[in-house]
Design a protein around this ligand. Sequence first.
Ligand code: MG
Length: 314
Amino acid sequence: MTKNNIIKTFPPTVIAKMKQFYQDWSITSAPPGAVFLAKLDNVTITAYQKSGKVMFQGANAEYEASIWGGEEQLVVSKENSQNSSHNYEPPANVTALSLIGSDETGTGDYFGPITVVAAYVAPENRLKCQNLGVKDSKLLSDQEILDIAEELMNFIPFSLLVLRNRQYNELQQGGKNQGELKARLHEQAITKLLERIAPVTPDAVLIDQFCSPNTYFKYINGKPNRSIPTYFKTKAESFSLSVAAASIIARTAFIKEMDIMSEKLGHAIPKGASHTVDQFAAKIMMEQGIETLNDYAKMHFANTQKAKLLAEKQ
Ligand code: MG
């Protein structure tokens, strides 16, 4: 079967040659980060100087790529095709790009903060991450997550933001919905990380999607002002090392915050938003008063009302 999507890596000298070779077919609107974008009959070629990656797409991809020799990269086919598509889908070669990934934890938990992390996996750190077992944090136990994160945080640049409950409740009561809070945190973490790793510039940003890109842009008051593209994809941690790394660090921060909070409260605080959580919240209400919950829980969750009913029945 002929392949119609091939990614190869080349040294800068070869990319310079290609650029010259394809100049008659080059299109001025090359994606950000690309050296050139050339459209020939039956094949489109996109080259990225920073990573040395060149993408050949179309019926003639295999032949065109063969002209230049070079090392071929594994192309992972796009999954999640059931998701509604939008203009900010990552390209098919996303796993070959150097990315800042971002993800968050704690948004579905009644107790505890929201932790948001942007993480950058440089090409030279990819193998190290894989060997360490960096993958979708949903496939890992809490202990595995903590162990991996401890190592990971030593060599991966990241930016972590923690929105604790008191402030979360203030913002929420002030009219900010959770989506807006998340979007602002993601954007802030990404911006901070880009500043931290400069002058290194990744190929793109990939956000583990929690709302439509247009809603995200509305929440952050317009499209981000940066030179590299921003992509959105649901379940991005299942195929992007950068998002997986971000999700592991975010989860770790959440677990550690919960441990500190449990110690302060004098009880082990349950995660999630189940009936166990309602019962625990009711217990805290009766023991320490409802105001105490303001420092520990997301008060607008239905769990607050359910806990109140449970407490009244006692
Ligand atoms: Mg997520």
